[in-house]
Design a protein around this ligand. Structure first.
Ligand SMILES: Cc1cc2nc3c(=O)[nH]c(=O)nc-3n(C[C@H](O)[C@H](O)[C@H](O)COP(=O)(O)OP(=O)(O)OC[C@H]3O[C@@H](n4cnc5c(N)ncnc54)[C@H](O)[C@@H]3O)c2cc1C
Length: 472
């Protein structure tokens, strides 16, 4: 299969779908490729075990190697990881943008990104969740935070017509979550972009120092070789895959930073046994944040789900697990995310990504504090018992790395942006240093952890890239 276009975009997630739609609507002839399938909204059953297998890469069982291992789930299909995300939308904190200006020479502070954020927020119908929709799980945490005098608030989300199905991470069965697979991808198609699923890009073709297109494989009833001829390639395969694709293509390695500087926002969650009926899956799972400790790199955010979700996450075993699950209606859950100083790496082993990540002392200390805070939050809210994600008898302040049960949802940084070709893989305009016509627009360019969920940061950067390309 051979096609030609003005631009080939690789990956239809947060970054790629936005670039493809903006470029196509601006008049460019775009081909958008994604390795995953197109999911029919009617097939989203809201049952976690089924949806994990279908919507996530490797059934959601991807994990980092290191101390401790960290579960690192990634979405698969049109929409990328936005298909399975919680819909939380925070703009990049100004202090982070100011740090990037100082440390990476990126001119993104001082309101430069504001018009892009506004454009993204309009496209995704971003607005605050109402207390009713937030549900009783959020109410438990809100009550605790209010009594403790901790700063907190309802989260802004990309949702329209949300009925609080409580399964954002397993594919919204009401198509209320405005993920890019049902917003930007259809917009790209309406503007004439050709969207190919099952299209795995193997390498970017380069000749004479500039992009010529991409090569890969299209799977379906038959496997066919795929080639797209295009003078402009935008790589948006995500933080785990993008550095591998660039490396396979012999690009982006000059700075020595490709595949390095991986931040994760490692996270964990605690459960509480309440006297009241909580029904945690009724309402929006991630609807409340507590940012009292954000300056210390600790953000508390909601998490919840139906019984199959709780059963997987509940840090109990045997009879205690069975007894707590029998009392599911009175279970509450809340999460904790660390703005990490630890840095990991991604490299290819036998053609698959191997992610290395070790938690540093500073982040271990953040988890110790954060877990103690989570317990305080629940106890103040009236919990009968709190189940922390630690082995029995281990107190938060004594927790060791291997005691922590971590997951991470926000990998960033493996093709980081830096104005200097010696320090970054892409420049401030997201162009890969040392080659013409190759840009990156996904989490991999984000040079540090943000302290907040990253999807609209990635989308705003992608918007800026697309508008910049259209202007040249
Ligand atoms: C459970 C969960 C909840 C989350 N909740 C939130 C939230 O509430 N708010 C928030 O801001 N963020 C959230 N996130 C994170 C957010 O969704 C991601 O940061 C964001 O989607 C990353 O965007 P991306 O463009 O870098 O990659 P992705 O969105 O992952 O897209 C990458 C795409 O590239 C495709 N691809 C990969 N390799 C190739 C290849 N070789 N050829 C072709 N295609 C390829 C993949 O199939 C995928 O579709 C969550 C993540 C998870 C897992």
């Amino acid at each position: 299969m051979r096609l030609s276009a003005d631009v080939c975009v690789v990956g239809a997630g947060a970054g790629g779908a936005v670039v493809a739609a903006e470029l196509a609507e601006g008049g460019a002839d775009v081909v958008l490729l994604d390795r995953g399938p197109r999911h029919n909204p009617d097939d989203l059953t809201a049952r976690p075990p089924e949806m994990l297998a279908r919507l996530y890469r490797d059934g959601g069982q991807t994990v980092t190697l290191g101390s401790p291992p960290v579960g690192l789930p990634l979405g698969s299909g049109l929409g990328g990881t936005t298909l399975v995300n919680s819909g939380t939308c925070f703009r990049t904190p100004p202090a982070v943008l100011a740090r990037w200006a100082r440390e990476h020479g990126l001119e993104l502070d001082g309101g430069v990104l504001d018009p892009c954020f506004e454009r993204v927020e309009r496209a995704l119908s971003v607005g605050p969740v109402t207390p009713e929709l937030a549900g009783r799980n959020a109410e438990v945490a809100r009550r605790g935070a209010a009594a403790l005098g901790w700063s907190h608030g309802y989260i802004a989300r990309n949702a329209r017509g949300c009925v609080g199905s409580g399964v954002c991470a397993y594919g919204c069965p009401a198509s209320a979550k405005q993920h890019v697979g049902i917003t930007y991808v259809p917009r790209a198609e309406a503007a004439g972009a050709r969207v190919l699923t099952g299209a795995a890009v193997e390498r970017i073709a380069v000749a004479g120092g500039r992009a010529r297109g991409v090569e890969g494989l299209r799977t379906g009833r038959r496997r066919v070789a795929l080639a797209i001829d295009a003078p402009l390639v935008v790589v948006a395969a995500g933080t785990v895959e993008t550095p591998l694709l660039l490396a396979r293509s012999g690009l982006g390695a000059a700075s020595g930073q490709l595949g390095r500087n991986l931040s994760l926002h490692p996270a964990t969650a605690a459960f509480a046994r309440m006297d009241e009926v909580v029904d945690m899956a009724r309402g929006v799972p991630q609807s409340l944040y507590v940012d009292e400790f954000a300056a210390d790199g600790i953000m508390l955010e909601g998490i919840a789900g139906p019984p199959a979700h709780a059963a997987l996450a509940l840090p109990l075993t045997g009879a205690a697990h069975a007894e707590a699950m029998a009392d599911y209606r009175r279970l509450a859950q809340f999460g904790l995310m660390v703005s990490d100083s630890s840095r990991g790496s991604v490299r290819s082993v036998a053609g698959r990504p191997l992610v290395r990540y070790d938690l540093c002392d500073a982040d271990l200390a953040r988890f110790r504090t954060g877990l103690a805070r989570l317990r305080e939050l629940f106890e103040t809210a009236g919990a009968r018992a709190v189940h922390l994600p630690l082995p029995a008898g281990v107190e938060p302040r004594r927790a060791r790395r291997r005691d922590l049960k971590l997951m991470a949802f926000h990998p960033l940084g493996t093709a980081r942006a830096d104005a200097s070709a010696e320090r970054g893989v892409v420049d401030g305009d997201l162009a890969v240093h040392g080659v013409d016509g190759v840009h990156v627009a996904d989490g991999s360019v984000v040079p540090s952890s943000l302290g907040v969920n990253p999807q609209i940061t990635i989308m705003a950067l992608a918007t800026r890239l697309a508008l910049g390309l259209l202007a040249t």
